[in-house]
Write a protein that binds this ligand. Sequence first.
Ligand code: PLP
Length: 420
Amino acid sequence: MNKSKILFERAKKRIPGGVNSPVRAFKAVKGDPPFIKEARGCWMIDEDGNKILDLIGSWGPMIIGHAHPSIIQAIQETAQKGTSFGTPTRGEVFFAEELCSAHPALDMVRLCSSGTEATMHAIRLARGFTQRDHIVKIDGCYHGAHDSMLVKAGSGVATFAAPGSPGIPADVAKLTLTAPFNNLEVIQEQLSKYDVAAVILEAVPGNMGCIIPKENYLSDLLSLCRSHGTLLIVDEVMTGFRLARGGACEYYNIKPDLVCLGKIVGGGLPLAAFGGREEVMSCLSPKGAVYQAGTLSGNPLAVAAGRATLELLTPEFYDRLNATSEKIDKKIRPLVEAKDLSMNRVGSMFTIFFRADAPTCFQEVLECDFEAFGRFHALALEERLYFPPSQYEAVFLSASIEDSDIEFFAAGIESALSQM
Ligand code: PLP
């Protein structure tokens, strides 16, 4: 990894920590990050020419695999006609229609450019609609890097051992109440004690590692919110179009008030969305008074990539992806359990936990052996497996994984675990 190391040293002089998003750095594990120069299907090639099996898929978006010809073609054809106009375009209308017909909770949708923006705006909208200020978020869930959500957040925030972040005014943080995942009692108390605008959560958290919701947790949470006039926001930035075409809401048969989408919907370009019930979405400017805007929102290139992606996400696609995920599970779970470790998987998302019992909430994730995870990560990279560089993250599989890749994957894990 000589070229990557040299680039990382250069990067650190001009980019804080050498990366443009903290989780890309390998601070929580051993070694330095490989710099990737290209990728195709489920394989990435780094600057030194190493071919590495990609298990993060750009942290979720690349469900189809890298550089799919029809997505590349859609981007190229659109770029020929201009890349941004700052006016309404035909593509975004069709895209909004496609999103609303795919997702059970969407009557209307607004496009933006990142998952952070989507959750930030959904929260403002919930506050504007309910005329209430408090929000309940779940410990270990991550909803992007904006002030009100960096409270007991997972992902990079947890990885770098900060309960939140300096720079967030106490007056803002105090409006964010937190509760454990898979537990309704704490939320019930909070909803009774405070006027809560919304509860926001990842239906299947991926940002404290992959955690499985207990039976009826999500539907009971929705009923609880309804009984207090509180909106439920399901952040599907990771799970949207991953667990099913209609995301976790289709998978678990729930219809929240608002949902946030990102990652897969942009086909690898910066695009996200939030949407939900017409009554709530109608409060958004210019129809309503709650302000939200973005110069590049609904950017034609991102919309073209998103539409080309959605076209490929057929029922047969999900059958194949889920069959691949099950095959991987069958191969890997016995290896993991033989070492007294555990694994949680929902569809094509999974995490190996360095703890004997699979965790059900953030508190239990904190009991993992993080030092052992760090050693495993380095050994796995030597086997050319690119696992997410933190115990608080999930693997995202793509449908481009072939049987031979599964053999490579399982052999690599077996070798890494045997050396620990
Ligand atoms: N919500 C969830 C569930 C996420 O996993 C992420 C990012 O990983 C975000 C929101 C923020 O999205 P973005 O990084 O596009 O701002």
